[in-house]
Design a protein around this ligand. Structure first.
Ligand code: C5P
Length: 318
């Protein structure tokens, strides 16, 4: 018997970062937004005593670690330990979310593994319990379990719902090479060394724009306090952002700690137009950023994925 679950990538509509805490983390005020770009995890029982084994297929599969650092494997071990059983399981991950891309792909794998192993082992955890376990694995895992659009505080693990209506349409440009999240936070600290970093908040305007499903009102409010740090480590991303804006995006930001860049479109037709315009633009961009998807022959520009949000959190698949 095997069990399959999926979990979504996230975009941070707002990522406000506070000063470094004593434990090295930063207090955040973020608006997490799950989008319909999902990784899928299939788990099946392995012989007693054989432990966890992991295999990966899909985009960027080769750059996913298969050792004890893999968040999906750690999720299986944590669930097993907390329910007093041994973690003998084969985990197969189908990756669609960029690896080390700032869209919480590893957290999605962990969330999907928690849901899949819970069903496989009949451990009958509540959603709230899975989120609490997820928080021990990484700051973004509770949100990957929950999905939707939520405010995240603390490290990002304290979630409160956001009232939102309608659907937001995005173009996502995955860039290869990845960025290390700790390295981006460290650069944030360096850049902020001479200024006083304020405790982070989410402005009411953002919540009002989400409540009324107003992409145009939301666009100027997109905010990522890690963007300057990500751009200083990957200056080529400035060109990706510029190309998206020239192609008709309402707004563009680096996603989380990057390097993936995301662009907001007014509606689903404008998102298609944006994607095609980015692909058609004759740009210098291909000479510098490593693009995960090469443009089809004959197209000079940036290949983007069209995604929408909010999307549901980790869930079982048929
Ligand atoms: O929680 P997670 O393992 O995903 O975090 C990875 C790294 O990102 C942390 O070790 C820390 O350097 C940084 N981080 C942070 N503040 C947060 C979340 C992550 O400094 N709120």
């Amino acid at each position: 018997m095997n069990v399959t679950a999926s979990a979504p990538a996230k975009i941070n509509i707002v990522l406000a970062v506070g000063p470094a805490r004593e434990d090295g983390y930063h207090n955040l005020a973020t608006v997490f937004h799950a989008v319909d770009l999902r990784d899928t995890v299939t788990v099946e029982p392995a012989p007693p005593g054989s432990g966890v084994s992991i295999s990966v297929e899909g985009e960027d599969a080769a750059s996913v670690p298969l050792d004890g650092s893999n968040l999906a494997g750690r999720a299986a071990v944590l669930l097993a330990e907390s329910t007093g059983r041994s973690a003998d399981v084969r985990i197969h991950i189908n990756k669609q979310i960029p690896v080390a891309g700032g869209m919480a792909g590893g957290s999605a794998d962990a969330a999907a593994t928690l849901v899949a192993c819970d069903a496989l082992w009949g451990t009958r955890m509540s959603r709230a319990q899975l989120q609490t376990l997820g928080g021990q694995l990484g700051s973004d895992v509770p949100f990957a379990v929950h999905g939707g659009t939520m405010i995240g505080q603390g490290r990002g693990e304290k979630l409160t719902p956001v009232l939102s209506s309608g659907t937001l349409h995005w173009a996502v440009v995955p860039v290869t090479g990845g960025l290390s999240t700790p390295a981006v936070y460290a650069r944030f600290d360096e850049l902020a060394a001479d200024s006083r970093v304020r405790e982070p908040t989410v402005d009411d305007d953002v919540l009002a724009a989400l409540r009324t499903d107003d992409a145009k009102a939301l666009a100027p409010l997109l905010r990522n306090d890690l963007q300057a740090a990500a751009l200083s480590l990957r200056p080529d991303l400035a060109m990706v952002l510029e190309e998206g804006m020239k192609s008709g995006a309402l707004a563009g930001i680096v996603s989380g700690s990057g390097p993936t860049c995301v662009f907001l479109a007014e509606d689903h037709i404008k998102a298609k137009v944006l994607r095609v315009a980015m692909l058609m633009r004759r740009s210098r961009s291909l000479e510098e950023p490593g693009l995960r998807h090469l443009p089809p022959p004959g197209y000079p520009g940036l290949p983007a994925l069209e995604v929408t949000g909010p999307a549901p959190g980790a869930r079982l698949e048929e």
